[in-house]
Design a protein around this ligand. Sequence first.
Ligand code: PHE
Length: 362
Amino acid sequence: MPDQDHSPLSEAAVERMVAEALAAIAAASTVAELKAARLAHAGDRSPLALANRTIGALPPEEKKAAGQRMGAARARVNEALAARDAEVAAAELAASLVAERVDVTLPVAAAPEGAIHPITALIDLMSDVFVAMGWEVAEGPELEAEWLNFDALNIHADHPARGTTDTLFVDPLEHHQLLRTHTSPVQVRTMLHREPPIYVVCPGKVYRADEFDATHVPVFHQIEGLAVDKGITMAHLKGTLDHLARAMFGDITTRLRPNYFPFTEPSAEMDLQCFVCHGESVGNPDLDCKTCRNEGWIEWGGCGIVNPRVLAAAGIDTDVYSGFAFGMGIERTLMFRNNAADMRDMVEGDVRFSRSLKGEAR
Ligand code: PHE
């Protein structure tokens, strides 16, 4: 058989194909390379597979020997593949264990330290002044019913405070919902749910369609208070607010200046004597006080004797009970306590601002 050596099934040809396959397998050093070697030398289109297909065309007496030769050759290649597969996988695992090694004894990078926001800290501080006098803290929703924010507080439909310029109404308008413009609706909620005597403070966020500048932010915080009991007078109001003023500002002089609120009658504004010039800039051409604009006093918050119509709307017997109420801005209080000039610092969330007023957090 002169041309047998050139047949793809000759011993020499098969030996060559096996040798090439084994060399490629030995050279593969990654899972991916080994996969490529398997495809090239043991796959459906590999030389060995193609040679195997020619067995059928051989004369019958040659088929057996050729079949055995091919079977043995393919078995050697498959064994080599399996052996190399285990080696490569073990090597890759060992390499990744080294590469991904974590030294659990290394010190971790310290997370930057946060700070309690001064507004939060001041709300706690002011609430505590009242809790120490036996008052309770009440909270309510920021999305509020128009009736509780206005009508129940004697602010009728034509009152300017209802104008869309101040109040943020929420769609759909026929649901009569708004972002509360003060925390007074929490006081109404308290009166609706509780019997007097009532002594509550209501701190929280309020919303007004205001400019955003050094002295206005559209979302700010208030703390409002309500006392309803037998025989409540303006003297109780003055004594309570003076106590709060001293707790906030130390030895300070206050005054009540007549004012108007629909929900209190009589109503007043509580002023603090200017803590910068102590009133000395008033009528003094040599002194120009930027803090009080030479008026000697700065406005802190509103207050008054609760209008009996408000008590009645909440189902309280006005022949038996009377009450006082007040409301202060937390941001304003924070500015006065720290001489912070710009309200925008309070909403920007820069932790350095919070840290600089760390004294607010105990
Ligand atoms: N609700 C008033 C405001 O938002 C403050 C206030 C509360 C005034 C209670 C008087 C009595 O400005």
